[in-house]
Ligand binder design. Structure first.
Ligand code: O2Y
Ligand code: MN
Length: 584
């Protein structure tokens, strides 16, 4: 159907291995979407939701042992082990290809192989990159339609080039013992087998846009980051953009779709992306970012009219729901939506469920896949091929006592150190363990396609090349009081913190120099209309020396993993913090 020779040859080779009954090349048309949806519904792979309540929405349930990314089965298959680093699983490429090929061999017999050409980024943009995913899952096809620019447009973008990311996916027998997510950064290749869920199979997302793209970015001199992108418009109409990295369970999609509190009159917020940012140095010397995705693959539980009304509206039509509770007559429900669950339903495992079952109706990692263009706060710039200029980079985590609400780095190098020491404390909801510190530099630990030490070096090099770099900040919405309650209200009120950040970028905003960076003075944040108890802001901005000395010990233990790949500059910054605490 398409006449790119390199693509045709590779598809033929992969078909020889997987032996599908037929091959369908996708064009991305609406007619194709309707035909494939009808087929998926006919075979039971997907279901229509009530088309009056949820127009264009579908339901899908994955196998109950296949409901999340599988980090222990995810490999970086670089030729040299040291290029994967101590934080990735590594397998030699020849061994990995051989091992996976045994599972792929004949895995599409009796099935169709779908050829999905797709663009991560905007057609015609110098930021954009083409991938092709081969899959035996219509669910994957329909999700990739939402998450990427797919079909004819991607093949037009590729032209007769042979440079594209080669993704091969097969559900095979969905056996977790025969499940692998393998990345071959040097070959721009991804092989995923044995899973039908999310980040394991939508190969444009984590596999391409972070793991393979981070390797490309290191080679080509740009940044592929696990960051949301948000525009903040002030009452004078000036829009400043931030990009922010948070580990999971820190409310990234909520921040990306933030609604300003009533007290902050005249402010507007604009969503550019909720998960991934590709950033390059622009002709004007600033850092410019695009969101390479075309949709949101958002976590569902906890989403409600208070936490994220924009997400609810975004996912009200043309959306695929995965592993939520199926209520009667094509309805759905999830924990944290409201206090009104259906009297009976079918849970994420496919079992009958009632509110008295004592189990979750929706899986905690259940998802919506929704077109980004449907978001009420979507930025008019979100498809701008040039991207948006970034004024501030934010790192964050969930810390009960250590990090203040917000602080600013002294310079780029210190900011890279702040990103490298990012960490989050676990919640019962996420892991069952409470308060365990998980180090997750730049929120990239599971997503960096090469050695984390080289990745920090790349960040440091980038800092030298950006004539007008963004300022770097750390935020923590999750500080607890003595009774274990959140001190900061979060959600829309986070805009108060973002406004201080933007004023700092404009050379304003009051701050005090502290051992960890610039911290706002007590009066620097606009708290108008907020009813914080006495002393709350002081607690939010407090730096407890004892707690920090313990934190620094944890940072050192983490850094020791990286041996001589740890850039000297990071260690210099570490020593400088110790010195500022009087502990050199
Ligand atoms: O569990 C999965 O497969 C999805 S994980 C995910 C999905 C959307 C955005 N971010 C993430 C993540 O783990 O960071
Ligand atoms: Mn993510």
């Amino acid at each position: 159907m398409y006449n790119n020779k390199a693509v045709a040859q590779w598809v033929e080779e992969m078909a020889k291995l997987t032996k599908p009954d037929q091959i369908i090349w996708l064009d991305g048309s609406d007619e194709e979407r309707i035909r494939l949806t009808e087929e998926a519904v006919r075979t039971g792979e997907m279901k229509y939701l009530d088309q009056v309540k949820y127009p264009g929405c579908l339901y899908h349930r994955t196998a109950s042992n296949d409901v999340a990314r599988v980090e222990h089965l995810t490999f970086i298959c670089s030729s040299k082990k040291e290029d994967a680093g101590p934080t990735n699983n590594w397998m030699a490429p020849a061994e990995a290809y051989k091992k996976a090929a045994r599972i792929f061999d004949g895995s599409m017999r009796g099935r169709t192989m779908y050829v999905i050409p797709y663009i991560m980024g905007i057609k015609g943009s110098p930021f954009g990159k083409v991938g092709i995913e081969l899959t035996d899952s219509i669910y994957v096809v329909l999700n990739m339609r939402i998450m990427t620019t797919m079909g004819k447009a991607a093949m037009e973008q590729l032209g007769d080039s042979n440079v594209f990311v080669k993704g091969l996916h097969s559900k095979a027998d969905l056996n977790p013992e025969r499940r692998y997510i393998m990345h071959f950064p040097e070959d721009y290749t991804i092989w995923s087998v044995g899973s039908g869920y999310g980040g394991n199979v939508l190969l444009g997302k984590k596999c391409f846009s972070l793991r393979i793209a981070s390797h490309m970015a290191q080679e080509e001199g740009w940044l592929a980051e696990h960051m949301l992108i948000l525009g903040i418009e002030d009452p004078q109409g000036k829009i400043s953009y931030i990009a922010a990295a948070f580990p999971s369970a820190c409310g990234k999609t909520n921040l990306a779709m933030l609604i300003p509190p009533l007290a902050l009159k005249g402010y507007k917020t604009w969503t550019v992306g909720d998960d991934i940012a590709w950033m390059r140095i622009g002709e004007d010397g600033r850092l410019w970012a695009i969101n390479p995705e075309a949709g949101f693959f958002g976590v569902v539980p906890g989403t409600n009219t208070k936490t994220n009304p924009n997400a609810l509206i975004t996912a009200s039509k043309n959306t695929i729901y995965t592993n939520v509770l199926e209520g009667p007559d094509g309805t759905i429900w999830w924990e944290g939506l409201d206090q009104d669950p259906p009297a009976h339903g079918i849970d994420w495992k496919g079992d009958p469920w009632t509110p008295d079952s004592g189990t979750n109706g929706a899986h905690p990692n259940s998802r919506f896949t929704a077109p980004a263009g449907q978001c009420p706060s979507i930025s008019p710039e979100w498809r701008n091929p040039k991207g948006v200029p970034i004024s501030a980079l934010l790192f964050g985590g969930r810390r009960a006592k250590v990090a203040p609400l917000v602080y600013q780095s002294y310079n780029w190098q210190h900011g890279v150190f702040m990103g490298a020491t990012m960490a989050s404390e676990t919640t019962a909801a996420a892991t069952g363990e409470v308060g365990v510190v998980r180090r997750d530099p730049m929120a990239m630990l599971p997503f960096c396609g090469y050695h984390m030490g080289d990745y920090w070096k790349h960040w440091l090099e980038m800092g030298k090349k950006i004539p007008n770099p963004p300022n770097i900040f750390h935020v923590n919405w999750f500080r607890l009081d003595e009774k274990g309650k959140f001190i900061w209200p979060g959600f829309g009120d986070n805009l108060r913190v973002l406004n201080w950040i933007i004023s700092r970028c404009n050379g304003k905003g009051e701050a005090t120099e502290t051992p960890i960076g610039y911290v706002p003075t007590v009066g620097a944040l606009n708290l108008e209309g907020l009813d914080l108890p006495a002393g709350a802001i002081e607690s939010l901005l407090n730096i407890d020396k004892e707690v920090w000395i313990e934190e620094l010990k944890g940072q050192l233990t983490f850094f020791e993993k990286f041996g001589d790949k740890l850039p000297k500059e990071i260690m210099d910054e570490y020593k400088a913090v110790l010195e500022r605490f009087g502990k050199a």
